[in-house]
Ligand binder design. Structure first.
Ligand code: XMP
Ligand code: MG
Length: 187
């Protein structure tokens, strides 16, 4: 396990895949689309910590329908860059979602295993509706076919960081989404 200043010496930020202006434009478009779809209803946004925090806070401000926000934190048993689908809830929602129109907001859907678990868990709580909004998806990596109603961007099979996404907790604050370049030592 690397420590101290060598913490991320095995990785650097590479090519920008989605720049800041493209992120803002797409978030505004999603905000309009979601607002149209939920007109006359009240939305509960459920964000998945920590990656979705940046996206959900921008998305909320692009919505024109009344909305509330709640968060879950999950840990996926896996390594630093892939999930196993065995998910543990670290922080549950503060409030019940029964009868609510719920929009689950994810940073990225990769294999789909994490999302599949979350959907099963939330569906069991009898929301009035349950849809998904994911900033990024990697369709090439999908192991389960899942209904993702709103997608920001489809990206190639690269590990990405920025705009909430991390590599070992670093790079969440980058105002764009970039590919992570790893040295052969870390692969
Ligand atoms: P699955 O495979 O379950 O993975 O769909 C979803 C979760 O894995 C993390 N993930 C990433 N995190 N850059 C990241 O920073 C990536 O390219 C990436 N791909 C997957 C993320 O936590 C996501 O919720
Ligand atoms: Mg992560």
């Amino acid at each position: 396990m690397p420590t101290g200043s060598a913490h991320n010496a095995d990785a650097t930020v590479g090519a920008v895949l989605v720049d800041g202006p493209a992120l803002s434009r797409r978030v505004s478009e999603l905000g309009l689309e979601i607002s149209r779809d939920y007109e006359g209803r009240e939305l509960l946004l459920v964000g998945v910590l920590k990656g979705a925090v940046f996206f959900i806070s921008d998305l909320m401000r692009a919505l024109h329908v009344p909305c509330e926000v709640d968060f879950m934190a999950v840990a996926s048993y896996g390594d630093a860059t892939s999930s196993s689908g065995v998910v543990r809830i670290l922080k549950d929602l503060d409030r019940p979602i029964e009868g609510r129109d719920v929009l689950l907001v994810e940073d990225i859907v990769d294999s789909g295993l994490t999302l599949s678990y979350l959907l099963r868990t939330l569906r069991a709580r009898a929301p009035a509706s349950l849809e998904v909004c994911a900033l990024l998806t990697k369709p090439g990596r999908r192991k389960i076919d899942l209904p993702i109603r709103y997608v920001g961007f489809e990206i190639p099979d690269r590990f990405v960081v920025g705009y909430g996404l991390d590599y070992r907790e670093r790079y969440r604050n980058l105002p764009y989404v970039a590919a992570l370049e790893r040295s052969t030592r870390a692969l």
